[in-house]
Design a protein around this ligand. Structure first.
Ligand code: ADP
Length: 871
């Protein structure tokens, strides 16, 4: 199609299209958003819209569209399907526009930049992140992330190997990378957006950031001039640049950039985070029935999001943990305050997201009314926390700010039921503004005036059925049925003919109409002005409101912890610096919360110098080994976010890292063999664990042959014992490993109690000292419904194997200690045999040295006979 043949509007369309990168362009035309050409085809497919055509013949163009009020729904669908959408709006009222309506792209929406409430989960953060490799150090990365709907903006410089862990923690929905970035992105279901190299430049970043924050340097935020912060700032610059390009509106609500320093939080790597199901379930990525899911009974979405942050980054500073615990304890002891806090928090709106909308110029009268209503509740918190004694609660009390003047303006100005549209008016209270009241009287006085006018005209003309009416197209009119046509006065001007009647206008009616219409218009304008003023006043209180929002979120989480502690019988763990662990009657937090009360069997965990830092837990499958070791990791994590824990009593030595290698997770989708993944994770644990770490291992070495597996598991435990000495819980069905207890003082055995009765077994789920003395594989197979015939045959084979002493994976049934010892020696001998191979046997040496060419068949036979005897 030649450019000249384009209508002005289509030229406008193509101009806009060049501005929106790869995004689908949603072009507003009257009451519809339309898509054209390839965009239309994509939309037809993704959104299920009917594909039509604009113009005919050579100028025909595929077209698809949807009604304007469904914008959010369709944007949501496009984003979920992995597309970006540019919204091109009409910038003036088409009725008033002279010539072509002015249109502009008002924003480009992508997964990381949605701010529409309808498209966001109120209880979770939606992060946009950027990665940039350092130019000098190939092992160094810059990472920055922003939550556009709340204004949280952070940046970090990290070693490359920590990138995946941080990304797993933040879980962004969109990731910006430089054009040339060639590394694997370790997250699924994420939109990767490539940006030009210059967008990650340091100079540009620094200039942009300083201009944005209106500062000369970024030192005030805690960034230094030194090289260390360069990658972090480059990533932050790229984030800001992208937002500037896609948002086309104020980003003023991003008012700080927080440096994120690693090493200050309890670190949990990506694999451990996944297998412990901290915030997402392993299979479906859902939030329910994860640790976060069962802890979140917050009353506000601000609280729920903060809890997510806490669970994502537990503390390591004992004083900080205790400060939270003190607050929880105080609220636990004072049930009335805790309950009252939660009750009033229910009346609080999402100040963080509200303030962002207002700041971005997307706020509605209803948003302002919500802020007003929230501020009205603030004094109650001040009062409730008056008697508080813990430092944290007192600090929070000081943070909440009722912003009295603003609160007064908002509540005085706005009606109870505010509309979400600011243009049509109707949200300012009567009596707030004299001029507005005057216009409204004029509009409302209308009814009386019309009734009077109708009565007068009926009387004057003698037409009994004369009626004054109004419609949107023709305005005011006098309607007279055709029967009375001859009585119509000459001053009546005909306006419209309808069935059986005619409609007329008179000079008086015309004059009245104008007055009413201008009154309406003026009223709307005036309301819009008042709205703008209130918006400005609200924005001026942003600082105070951020603090109030933060205080609400904190109070919500702390009161939530108190209520959980009360309802579920949690206890306050003592947090100590020594690397110890003592949990009496501990329960798995998730199973404890989702199963009916009393079903979960509590267990004790003690790990210190005398009871062994490394504990091996043996027992059949399904006994509860994994549950037990996961429970230890989850309780430790809960303790370090300041929550109380499901136990009768506990002492937790602060942990710097948690490593969990649990179960053979389904890694096939990631294209790696299970065993490779298992070993990569194990390698990472061995390389990174410190004496202050907590390691839980489940069935290490299972993905390879038995001897290989045992040898590896054995060596791993030895290494953890000798070189690291961290608290380790190792669940295994390799009973051979229980022999380690004899050789190493720091290793002890535990097993899960089983009751055996008439050949049937019952799992007691109770962890008891000592090694399991029997493997119950066949019993478990029976429980699982394996056919009798197979079970009987398996029993025969097992008996045979036990008799001939080559059982490798299950401990023998010897009760006599001497026999046990003998078997152990045999076992260890076998393990070493498989570890180092049969190389050192003299027969092998001879075989190697043999010269086959010079060997006669007879000699060969003799040699074979000799070897066989010697072996
Ligand atoms: P294993 O790792 O030994 O194969 P799991 O830890 O997977 O066993 O536990 C098997 C099942 O037993 C779990 O699904 C869980 O519901 C149940 N279970 C485990 N521990 C307990 C317990 N302490 N109390 C009650 N049920 C438990």
């Amino acid at each position: 199609m030649s450019d000249a043949s384009l209508t002005p509007m289509m030229r406008q369309y193509f101009d806009a299209k060049t501005m929106c990168g790869g995004a689908l362009l949603l072009f507003r035309m009257g009451d519809f958003y339309e898509l054209f050409n390839d965009d239309a085809k994509t939309a037809a497919q993704v959104l299920g819209l009917a594909l039509t055509s604009r113009a005919k013949g050579a100028d025909a163009m595929p077209m698809a569209g949807f009604p304007y009020h469904q914008l959010d729904v369709y944007i949501g669908k496009l984003i979920t399907a992995g597309y970006r959408a540019a919204v091109c709006e009409q910038m003036e009222d088409p009725k008033k526009a002279k010539g072509l309506v002015k249109r502009e792209i008002t924003r480009i929406v992508s997964p990381g930049t949605v701010t529409e409430d309808a498209l966001l989960d109120p209880r979770t953060n939606n992060f946009l992140a950027a990665i940039v490799p350092d130019t000098d150090d190939p092992e160094c990365r810059g990472l920055s992330w922003v939550e556009l709907s709340t204004g949280k903006f952070e940046a970090a410089t990290l070693p490359r190997r920590q990138l995946a862990d941080q990304l797993a923690r933040i879980h962004p929905t969109e990731l910006l990378v430089p054009d040339t970035y060639g590394e694997e992105i370790p997250l699924e279901k994420i939109m990767v957006t490539r940006r030009p190299e210059w967008a990650f430049g340091f100079k540009t970043a620094l200039e942009n950031l300083c201009r944005h924050f209106k500062t000369a340097t970024l030192e005030g935020f805690g960034f230094t001039d030194g090289k260390a912060d360069v990658p972090a700032l480059r990533a932050a610059g790229a984030v800001l640049d992208y937002l500037g390009e896609t948002q086309c509106r104020s980003l003023e609500h991003l008012d700080t950039l927080i440096p994120y320093r690693t090493g200050r939080q309890l670190e949990i790597d990506e694999a451990s985070r996944r297998s412990l199901e901290i915030a997402r379930t392993m299979r479906e990525g859902r939030r329910d029935n994860t640790l976060l899911g069962i802890l979140d009974h917050c009353t506000t979405s601000m609280g729920a999001r903060l809890l997510g942050d806490w669970v994502g980054a537990p503390l390591t500073d004992i004083r900080e943990i205790e400060a939270r615990q003190d607050a929880v304890a105080e609220l636990c002891a004072d049930d009335r305050t805790a309950t009252a806090l939660r009750e009033h928090l229910r009346k609080v709106y999402d100040l963080e997201r509200l303030m962002t909308r207002i700041g971005q110029g997307r706020g509605t009268p209803r948003d302002l009314a919500c802020i007003g209503r929230t501020l009205l509740v603030v004094p109650v918190f001040h009062e409730l926390l008056g008697p508080a004694s813990s430092t944290l609660l007192r600090t929070l009390r000081e943070l909440v700010d009722p912003c009295e003047t603003l609160c007064k303006s908002l509540t005085e100005a706005l009606v109870e039921e505010c509309p979400i549209n600011s243009r049509e008016g109707g949200f300012i209270r009567d009596g707030f503004h004299a001029e507005l009241d005057e216009y409204r009287r004029l509009k409302q006085g209308g009814k009386e005036w019309i009734a009077r006018y109708q009565a007068e005209e009926t009387e004057r003309t003698g037409i009994p059925k004369l009626k004054v009416g109004y419609n949107r197209v023709f305005g005011y009119y006098i309607e007279i049925t055709n029967v009375n046509r001859d009585k119509i006065p000459p001053s009546y001007v005909r306006k419209q003919t309808i069935k059986n009647a005619e409609r007329y206008i008179t000079p008086e009616l015309k004059e009245y109409e104008e007055k009413v219409l201008t009154a309406d218009e003026r009223a709307c304008e005036l309301e819009a002005e008042i709205f703008e003023r209130l918006v400005r006043q609200t924005i001026a209180n942003r600082g105070a409101m951020h603090k109030t929002a933060a205080a609400f979120a904190h109070l919500d989480v702390l009161a939530n912890f108190a209520v959980l502690a009360r309802d579920r019988g949690y206890c306050r763990p003592r947090i100590v610096p020594e690397p110890v662990l003592k949990i009496i009657d501990g329960r798995h937090p998730v199973l404890d919360a989702i199963e009916s009360q009393g079903t979960f069997v509590p267990n004790d965990t003690v790990s210190d110098d005398s009871s062994g830092r490394i504990q091996l837990i043996t027992g059949p499958n399904m006994a509860g080994k994994s549950t037990f070791i996961r429970q230890i990791a989850l309780l430790t994590l809960m303790g370090q976010i300041g929550s109380f824990i499901p136990a009768r009593e506990a002492e937790l030595g602060v942990v710097d890292r948690i490593f969990a290698r649990v179960g053979a997770s389904d890694e096939i989708s990631r294209g790696q063999s299970t065993f490779m993944v298992e070993m990569t994770e194990t390698a990472r644990i061995l390389n990174m664990a410190t004496p202050k770490s907590l390691v839980i291992l489940d069935e290490i070495g299972r993905g390879t042959s038995t001897y290989d597996g045992i040898s590896l598991a054995w060596a791993v435990v030895e290494y953890l014992h000798d070189k690291i000495g961290c608290r380790t819980f190792f669940a295994t069905h390799y009973h051979e490993l229980t022999d380690l207890e004899e050789t190493f003082t720091g290793i002890t055995n535990r097993n899960v109690a089983i009751r055996e009765h008439n050949g049937e077994i019952a799992f007691l789920h109770k962890i008891v000292p000592g090694a399991a003395d029997k493997s119950y594989g066949i019993h478990v197979a029976r429980l699982a419904g394996v056919p009798q015939r197979v079970l009987r045959r398996a029993e025969e084979i097992l008996e045979e194997l036990e008799r001939t002493h080559v059982r490798a994976t299950a401990i023998g049934v010897e009760k006599d200690p001497e026999q046990r010892k003998a078997r152990r020696v045999a076992n260890v001998g076998r393990i070493q045999f498989s570890l180092f191979g049969p190389d050192d046997h003299p027969v092998i040496e001879e075989l190697r040295a043999l010269n086959l060419e010079s060997l006669s068949p007879m000699d060969a036979f003799r040699l074979l006979d000799d070897w066989r005897k010697r072996l």
